[in-house]
Design a protein around this ligand. Structure first.
Ligand code: NAG
Ligand code: NAG
Ligand code: NAG
Ligand code: NAG
Ligand code: NAG
Ligand code: NAG
Ligand code: NAG
Ligand code: NAG
Ligand code: NAG
Ligand code: NAG
Ligand code: CU
Length: 753
């Protein structure tokens, strides 16, 4: 692969009129440098053979599971069947014994989730391959069991609930055609113009299953084509003969039956509001308007003139970059997880990765008000999409396939992950002294993936900076879930953004697990408060008492203190330190946690839709003791059990000591989405952005990038002649033309002219 810079030479010439090094050469293709992880990854994906073996073994009547083959066309919700099989992530204890000691790779287990509709009290169960109940992951009241009413709306479940929806909607098709300009006779009926969508959560504690359906046009981006019609059904239990319609709501008036709705309609009592606009061209992204001056030129891009500075072991999902190394694993639920993150050979984090992404909506109608999505349930990882080169990721990024286990197979998205190094666009450090100038380059390696979960697109970046900093960034785009526009709402749930829709106020919260292991597993969480006190000082007798600030240190003693806010005015620095590991100056080596952009949590602490299921989303940060029995802040089946979730996050905080223990931080990224007309057609990633950063805090004896050669120094010479910069032997290759303004010579002489 070769690339030519011919076009940029022309561009520079036109802009500056000066091209010093005009070269027709193209830069030689960077050599790819492979690597091999010292230890094979313990974070595996099950292959087809293994999945088949496990399935056959479970289906064997000898196991006594009475399973029906999940691929059977006759599968119903009252059968027992396998819902999905995925690798069971090995316990940290076993992985560390393998990575750090002489233990062999942890034994491989599969996590099997079964639908048990064929039992007297049907539920869903998580069991291990030796058929052990996976109870140690779940601290909720139902343990590893999910009540029938909270089960996912999979094929057999949909087949059971659909007939009643079709029956009701067909019986009022003449009315819906008139009121909302759409009809529904079933998802596959060619006459249907409405889209079927059942909202979540569908249950509170598993005792019933009550769902809401918003009726929207079945066209492009139906999320943004809502009507003002909603229906609700009671689908409790496994006997479809007991299912019933609960309500029809139109123009915010409740009708308790089809008969009541029809009677109101036929007697002219229903006040009609406009159906959704039929022109949905506003949902397209095709270019509009005059081209801005010079914007017909290609946007700037980064180049790697001397080749990649990172190495990848694809088979082991292992990466090395300027002193960093880590493994990564992709899962259906959470996408990329990063493990065993080391900098210059020392472990910083055992695990870093997304746990859950929720979105809580609001509104003056039953659909928006009842919506609280837990995207892990849909599978954030399974919504991974192929990245668009040069747009989703910079040119020359390295693409990896994402591979994970889902329902009954091995799924692979080609080029679902990208890795690239970028110039951070500012010096790492710089200074001008009278006799000395220095400046150094800053760069970072980013591993990125994108998930399109229904209407929304989430972009996740994990970045490793050359100075020991780690950054996590989440961005959002895609379609907002719009609300039907009602002038009387007064904009209280969002502004009008098109003819018949408003944006809907909602909050995104994404939980990130950061299992710090600073050198080893004995770590302490330190709060450094910047406090202000009235003091007196003998050298200021004229002042009497006056205000002065200082630092005050508090170690979190126990988990009871583990739920933490974003510090007001930045007057607290959070850090994780290892008190047994001092730097040269006697300070405990640590990493600080820098709150970034928008570390929001849920505004409502008591919403019924996220009561206990969303405990992880109710504070900015949390610190708990690591336990193999507390691997995650949420779970796949959290969605439909807001009052009795499989994982009750706050139960992790049970008074255990946090001093020189194995600590885990649970960090929230998110956005209160104050919608705006600029969300149409799609939400903008420049602003829909949240971040967190971990930076060395007395980790070294000095800054950690003193060893980098991508830095320039000018030492004054005695005779005042031209000072030749020292670039440590690193400069752009001759194939890369520089302009006169890129010249390093003369910079020293021209300071303070
Ligand atoms: C699947 O993995 C097993 C090891 O667990 C290996 O023996 C087998 O060859 C693999 N099968 C395929 C199709 O890769
Ligand atoms: C499915 O049901 C049909 C009709 O009841 C039956 O003929 C067919 O054999 C069944 N198929 C399987 C795989 O059980
Ligand atoms: C086995 O499952 C079927 C449903 O698939 C159910 O009808 C039957 O009662 C179950 N048998 C036993 C012994 O539980
Ligand atoms: C993980 O650790 C828990 C708690 O010690 C234990 O019950 C479980 O069996 C372990 N799992 C595996 C796969 O070893
Ligand atoms: C691993 O094995 C080597 C050689 O047998 C031994 O010297 C070392 O102490 C062992 N390390 C651990 C952590 O057990
Ligand atoms: C990704 O998958 C494609 C298609 O199977 C394959 O050609 C390519 O080599 C894979 N890429 C990597 C990095 O494994
Ligand atoms: C310092 O004293 C002044 C005067 O009493 C008071 O107004 C102020 O709040 C005090 N500041 C602090 C930090 O206590
Ligand atoms: C300073 O820190 C100590 C020890 O944690 C604590 O007891 C004290 O209340 C703190 N003082 C202030 C003013 O925050
Ligand atoms: C002093 O200037 C001369 C030329 O003007 C140069 O050759 C020489 O290297 C300079 N001395 C130093 C220490 O840079
Ligand atoms: C469906 C199923 O096999 N459930 C089993 C899961 O494991 C527990 C404990 O071994 C058994 O009691 C269940 O029967
Ligand atoms: Cu949003």
């Amino acid at each position: 692969m070769r690339f030519s810079l011919g076009c940029s030479i022309l561009g520079l010439q036109w802009l500056s009129g000066l091209v010093l090094a005009r070269s027709s050469d193209s830069c030689a293709a960077p050599a790819y440098v492979p690597t091999t992880a010292e230890k094979a990854t313990p974070f595996f994906v099950l292959n087809d053979t293994e999945l088949q073996d496990i399935t056959e073994w479970l289906l064997d009547p000898a196991q006594g599971l009475n399973l029906t083959d999940a691929t059977s066309p006759n599968l119903t919700q009252t059968d027992n069947y396998i819902w999905y099989i995925e690798p069971l992530r090995p316990n940290k204890t076993d992985v560390l014994a393998y990575l750090d000691g002489n233990a062999s790779s942890p034994a491989k287990y599969a996590h099997v989730v079964m639908a048990e509709g064929g039992k007297a009290e049907p539920d869903m169960t998580d069991n291990e391959t030796t058929i052990q109940e996976l109870a140690y992951w779940y601290n909720g009241v139902h343990g590893a069991h999910v009540p029938f009413n909270s089960r996912p709306a999979d094929g057999p479940r949909n087949a059971a609930i659909l007939p009643l929806i079709i029956e009701v909607m067909s019986s009022i098709a003449d009315i819906t055609a008139d009121l909302v300009d759409m009809v529904f006779y079933g998802p596959d009926d060619p006459r249907s113009t409405a889209h079927l969508f059942t909202t979540n959560p569908q249950s509170k504690d598993g005792s019933d299953c009550l769902i809401w359906i918003p009726w929207r046009r079945n066209r492009m981006a139906y999320f943004d084509q809502p009507s003002d019609l909603y229906t609700s059904f009671d689908f409790s239990g496994s006997d479809p003969s007991l299912y019933k319609l609960r309500m029809i709501v139109y123009n915010l008036v409740v009708y308790n039956s089809v008969e009541e709705f029809r009677a109101a309609y036929e007697s002219g009592q229903i006040i009609k509001v406009p159906p959704p606009a039929t022109d949905d061209s506003f949902l397209q992204k095709d270019r509009l308007g005059a081209v801005r001056d010079l914007e017909n030129r290609l946007a700037p891009t980064s180049v790697e003139l001397e080749g990649k500075r990172y190495k990848i072991d694809e088979e082991n999902g292992y990466v090395e970059y300027l002193g960093w190394s880590f493994y990564h694993q992709f899962t259906r639920d959470m996408g990329i997880g990063i493990f065993d993150i080391k900098f210059k050979g020392e472990r910083i984090l055992y695990e870093l990765g997304l746990q859950e992404a929720a979105a809580q909506y609001s509104g003056n109608n039953p659909f928006q008000a009842a919506t609280a999505y837990f995207d892990r349930y849909y599978g954030i990882g399974s919504c991974n999409v192929r990245l668009v080169p040069g747009y989703d990721c910079p040119y020359h990024a390295t693409y990896l396939n994402s591979t994970w286990n889902d329902e009954l197979g091995v799924h692979e998205v080609i080029d679902g992950i990208c890795i690239f190094e970028s110039d951070l666009g500012h010096p790492y450090s710089r200074h001008n002294e009278a006799t000395y100038i220095h400046s150094s380059k800053a760069s970072a390696l980013t591993i990125r993936w994108i998930a399109t979960v229904g209407n929304y697109d989430y972009l996740f970046d994990y970045s490793f900076w050359m100075d020991g900093t780690i950054a996590v960034d989440a961005r959002a785009s895609g379609y907002i879930q719009a609300n039907y526009y009602r002038p009387s709402d007064g904009g209280h749930w969002g502004p009008r953004v098109q003819e018949t829709i408003t944006g809907t106020l909602h909050t995104h919260v994404m939980n990130v697990k950061a299992d710090f292991d600073l050198i080893d597993t004995k770590n302490t969480f330190l709060k450094t408060d910047l406090i202000v006190e009235n003091i007196t000082a003998p050298w200021f007798p004229e002042l009497g008492e006056f205000e002065m600030m200082r630092l005050n240190f508090t170690e979190l003693q126990t988990e009871d203190e583990g739920l933490l806010p974003v510090p007001t005015n930045g007057q607290t620095m959070y850090s994780v330190i290892n008190k047994d590991q001092k730097n040269k100056w006697g300070e405990s080596r640590g990493y600080r946690i820098l709150p970034g952009i928008s570390n929001v949590h849920l505004a409502s602490q008591n919403s019924p839709f996220m009561k206990k299921s969303g405990e992880w989303a109710k504070q900015a940060f949390a610190v708990s003791r690591q336990h193999d029995t507390e691997p995650s802040s949420s779970s796949t089946q959290q969605q439909n059990l807001p009052w009795a979730p499989p994982v009750e996050f706050w139960k992790f905080f049970d008074g255990e000591s946090l001093v020189q223990e194995d600590l885990v931080m649970w960090i929230n990224l998110g956005m209160h989405h104050y919608t705006r007309s600029e969300d149409i057609p799609n939400t903008i990633m420049t602003e829909a952005h949240s971040s967190i950063m971990f930076a060395p805090q007395n980790w070294g004896d000095t800054e950690l990038a003193v060893d980098l050669t991508n830095a320039v120094i000018y030492h004054a010479n005695e005779n005042g002649s031209v000072v030749v910069p020292d670039v440590n032997g690193v400069s752009p290759p001759s194939c890369f033309p520089l302009t006169s303004q890129d010249q390093l010579l003369g910079v020293f002489e021209n300071q303070n002219p």
